[in-house]
Ligand binder design. Structure first.
Ligand code: BES
Ligand code: ZN
Length: 965
């Protein structure tokens, strides 16, 4: 191999074996454009019929400024349509043992600016050399004649197929580009990939896709940017009897023969004009159920055994109504003839909004009342709502570039609650956004290492930078801020602007300020009075990181705001054009009387109306519709605590949850004493509602993490046991000694809290109860534990038990064909207190035959949540980082979750040192989508150390005093 030619080992083998396959393919020699070669120096084409190898490019090119070094496409070409035929081979190649797919594509495009260069995204694809000696054939469709391809090569870094022409493509002429290629159908969860499952004793293969954000280029060469919308004619070649699906409805299936093999070619209706990241192709042996909603065909696809067991029924019942709900909400009819939902055994995210063919994890779509909890059910309803919401917001109208991802994901994450509420009106899911999104993201957005919602287009270039945007800020802060916006505008005005926005940009692209413009129009039309333009108000939330804590002084009437930082000593190094000042819509009440919205527009306002006398109190951020925390003067805190103690129901339930969360976090920021925060939990022995308990448990979880290795732990357990005992007996009572299910959705959740906290804090009756249930299952083989309670019962029984319990649960996990049951067991297996079991379990996480790749990182995090498992998991991850990073690198969420998860208990000098060392040791390969998480973890560790030093003594004393009384 000459200088500048490099062929990687792995793919080299593919080339060899394929060559030994059916056609007389000549062994691949890849063509690589070497930096040392002059730009004009032509690389000799290989012979027709050979494959050019993609990964065969120079791995470390010296920086240069060629067009192909730019991650963004030049603005010279515009897609018209693609005709793509793909054939996934669902059997291993007998010789090399690999799974592959083959494909052909004709890309029709228009030249909009003269150019002698074609750049088209392509990643890990091998091309067959054409008659012209190159990787592609270029012909003219209309207008000027097509120039010849002078030179072609694959550019790995920016993932392009580069075609240099000997003449120019001319403006307004149309051309087509033909390519033939193959790639590996790997189990890497990205692009066109392979999923496997067992049916009986048979292993079945599914070929499926996950394109978002930048993996369409791994399935076929394409202009893989969201604004390069096009029409797609897709065909799939597969075995007879298999199901073939894509975005469009099936148009025809014809029998074809390839190399003597009898196959079927299924072609789909041409898609609407759409982005590449929303494409989907599936070939599988699934079953399905269907119905029609208005004129839309709705189908649920899954493993045949799951469909036969009726596990698709719930999703099928809910999809139609939710789709209709959104048609009304957006005032826009669903533009496709069908909406397929498919449950995949291997899937990295929770679900993906491919237009017309939404893909899901099995747990996010399949419901079986014998196995699924109410929480599983809620997730199905809201995730369907989330993805269907994208059909308009994201798919019909697409943000121009990934920097605006927060609007796409934040929007869907907000309206999923509206869709979910519509599907299950009795559940009250809309309130849960406060726990799942507002509180979740407050925790990260209060760090100095946070970042604003909005990024600059030019700052987001590489695929890793794009992946990193799929974080809690985009999702949960996006959702929280949009909910606040919809709330202060009213839903009527919010939807009015939304509807005209969708109308203007249908089948096109927009930027987030386009939405502001349309909302402003709605504001103007309705004569709504706001303190400033909508854009100016929203800029304070979108362009600067963090959020304010608003302090109300009920003696002076002063209301002021400051940037809330969990660690008051941390340094905010990023200056803000808005000076960390927000325009804050404040909904508030004086005792029970709701007041008109108060707009805090400056650092501080003074107002008579916030003054109170006597036993009155002020409560702000009613129902937590605002994205901010609230603090009060001491007197008002006292009166609020007093109200909780005397009759807590006077305070709205969401605000009871909020008082707890605000108090705990203000205490962590050293704004109020920690003891005040603890005082918000003293009334809990009378609290029956879920949200305040959930909020308290969430905050006390931090106490557990900080103290479960110290002497505070005992007294803390005693206190919590005392507080939760009445709740335990309440549920025992209303369920007829644990035989019935509580009626309300939230009550069902709180029953789980009652059991889990009672068992965890050592309430004997609770521990005996769960042990006996589990024992009964082990001895009779009959599992009569209610699905809602399984997670906590399994966990507590395994924690109390030894190897016998663990092995039993492991076997049940391995044999389970129901994803939501497997999920519960997988999490419970991490609860054992035996280090050797935990260490062995850690080993299993990196063996895909034991734990699916999609579940590896979350399993490690589960183990780290266990105080015994924590140091084991940390050692394990450090030891295997390189392997984990390279083998599991495809995921988007996983790395930040992994790093945050295994370090969240960190609170000692030594742990900090180890963490810094870890960062340094791996600076070469880096942390991918977990880069930010490493810095966040360091910041969090420092804050934890300080917090413990300052609080340990007081807290210990407080718990002791509370339990003595
Ligand atoms: N577009 C995402 C899926 C996705 C996430 C693709 C990350 C690529 C990278 C989808 O709409 C989504 O947000 N799914 C969520 C579920 C939702 C209910 C929050 C998910 O996968 O968790
Ligand atoms: Zn989404």
């Amino acid at each position: 191999m000459g200088k500048g030619f490099y062929i990687s080992k792995g793919v080299g083998i593919v080339g060899v074996i394929l060559g030994a396959g059916a056609v007389a393919t000549i062994i691949a020699l890849s063509v690589v454009y070497s930096q040392e070669k002059a730009k004009n120096n032509e690389v000799k084409p290989t012979e027709p019929g050979t494959t050019t190898n993609p990964t065969a490019t120079a791995t470390t090119p010296t920086p240069s400024n060629e067009t192909w070094d730019q991650y963004r496409l030049p603005k010279t070409l515009e897609p018209i349509h693609y005709d793509v035929t793909l054939r996934p081979h669902l059997k291993r190649d007998p010789v090399n043992g690999l799974y592959i797919f083959t494909g052909e594509s004709t890309f029709h495009f228009k030249c909009v600016e003269d150019t002698d260069l074609i750049l088209i995204h392509s990643n890990k694809l091998n091309y067959t050399t054409q008659a012209n000696g190159h990787t592609a054939t270029l012909t003219s469709v209309s207008g000027a004649e097509a120039p010849q391809i002078k030179n072609s090569f694959l550019w790995d870094v920016t993932q392009y197929l580069v075609l240099q022409l000997n003449g120019k493509l001319t403006k307004d002429s149309e051309y087509k580009l033909y390519t033939k290629f193959h790639g590996e159908l790997a189990d890497d969860l990205g692009g066109f990939y392979r999923s496997e499952y067992k049916e009986g004793n048979e292993t079945k293969i599914v070929a499926t896709t996950q394109m978002q954000p930048t993996d369409a280029r791994k399935a076929f060469p394409c202009l893989d940017e969201p604004a390069m919308k096009s029409y797609f004619n897709i065909s799939l070649i597969h075995d007879y009897g298999m199901v073939a699906l894509s975005n469009g409805a099936e148009r025809e299936s014809v029998n074809i023969t390839i190399d003597g093999e009898k196959l079927v070619k299924t072609s789909f209706e041409m898609t609407e004009k759409m982005s590449t990241y929303l494409l989907a192709f599936v070939v599988c042996d699934f079953g399905y159920i269907e119905s029609t909603s208005d004129k839309t065909l709705i189908r649920i696809f899954a493993r045949k055994s799951a469909i036969n067991a009726g596990q698709g029924a719930y999703a099928l019942n809910k999809t139609g109504p939710i789709l209709k709900f959104f048609e009304k909400y957006y005032n826009s009819s669903y533009p496709l003839p069908k909406s397929d939902q498919i449950a995949l055994p291997d899937f990295n995210a929770g679900a993906m909004e491919n237009w017309g063919l939404i893909t899901y994890r099995e747990t996010a779509l399949l419901y079986d009342e014998r196995f699924s909890s109410n929480s599983n059910k809620e997730r199905i309803a809201t995730i369907i709502a989330h993805e269907l919401a994208h059909m308009w917001f994201g798919n019909l109208v697409t943000l121009r570039w990934w920097n605006d991802l927060w609007l796409n994901e934040g929007f869907a994450s907000y309206v999923e609650y509206l869709g979910g509420d519509n599907a299950e009106p009795d559940w009250g899911v809309k309130d849960l956004i406060v726990l799942s999104d507002v509180h979740r993201v407050f925790a990260v957005d209060a760090l100095a290492s946070s970042h604003p919602l909005s990024s600059k287009e030019e700052d987001i270039q590489k695929p890793e930078q794009i992946s990193e945007l799929f974080d809690a800020i985009s999702y949960s802060k996006g959702a929280s801020v949009l909910r606040m916006l919809s709330d202060f505008l009213t839903e009527e005005i919010f939807t009015m602007g939304l509807r005209t926005y969708l109308k203007e940009f249908a089948f096109g692209n927009a930027v987030y300020t386009d939405l502001w413009r349309h909302l402003q129009m709605a504001v103007n039309q309705t004569g709504t009075v706001l303190p400033d333009t909508l854009e100016n108000i929203m800029n304070t939330w979108v362009l600067q990181m963090g959020f304010p804590v608003v302090t109300i002084n009920t003696t002076t009437g002063e209301v002021r705001q400051q940037h809330f930082l969990l660690d008051p000593d941390s340094n905010v190094t990023t200056p803000s054009d808005y000076n960390y000042e927000w325009i804050v819509p404040m909904k508030w009440q004086k005792k029970e009387a709701v007041q008109p919205t108060f707009w805090l527009t400056k650092k501080s306002n003074s107002t008579e109306i916030m003054k109170v006398t006597g036993s009155d109190w002020v409560l702000a951020n009613i129902n937590v519709t605002g994205y901010y925390r609230v603090n009060y003067d001491d007197g008002n805190w006292d009166r609020l605590l007093n109200q909780l103690a005397t009759d807590h129901r006077i305070i709205p339930v969401i605000n009871r949850a909020q008082l707890v969360d605000d108090a705990f976090n203000l205490a962590r920021a050293k704004i109020i004493p920690t003891v005040w925060a603890l005082k918000t939990t003293t009334y809990l022995n009378k609290e029956l509602e879920y949200m305040p308990w959930a909020s308290a448990l969430n905050n006390l979880d931090f106490f557990s993490l900080m103290f479960d290795r110290s002497e505070v732990y005992g007294p803390m357990q005693d206190y919590l046991r005392k507080q939760v005992t009445p709740l335990f007996y309440h549920f025992k009572n209303i369920t007829g000694n644990w035989t019935n299910v509580p009626k309300g959705h939230m009550d069902q959740y709180n029953q789980v809290n009652a059991i889990s906290l009672s068992c965890k804090t050592g309430l004997e009756e609770c521990q005996d109860l769960v042990k006996s249930w589990f024992q009964q299952w082990m001895t009779t083989g009959n599992n009569s534990i209610h699905p809602n309670l399984r997670s906590t019962v399994y966990c507590n029984a395994i924690a109390a038990g030894g190897a016998k319990e663990w092995e039993f649960a492991w076997l049940e996990f391995k044999n389970s064909t129901i994803a939501s049951e497997a999920e519960k067991l997988r999490s419970a297996l991490s609860c054992t207190k035996q280090p050797w079991l935990l260490n062995r379990y850690l080993e299993y996480t990196l063996d895909p035959n034991s734990i699916r790749k999609q579940d590896a990182t979350s399993t490690i995090v589960y183990i780290a949540n266990n105080v015994v498992g924590q140091p084991l998991a940390w050692d394990f991850v450090r030891d295997r980082w390189y392997y984990i990073f390279t083998e599991y690198g495809g995921g988007s969420f996983s790395f930040s979750n992994l790093i945050n998860g295994i370090t969240k208990r960190f609170s000692t000098e030594f742990e900090l040192k180890e963490l810094r060392q870890f960062k340094e040791d791996n600076s070469d390969e880096g942390f991918g989508s977990g880069t930010l998480a490493v810095d966040q973890s360091i910041e969090r560790t420092i804050a934890n150390m300080k917090w413990i030093a300052e609080n340990e003594e007081n807290v210990l004393e407080w718990f002791r005093a509370e339990t003595k009384a």
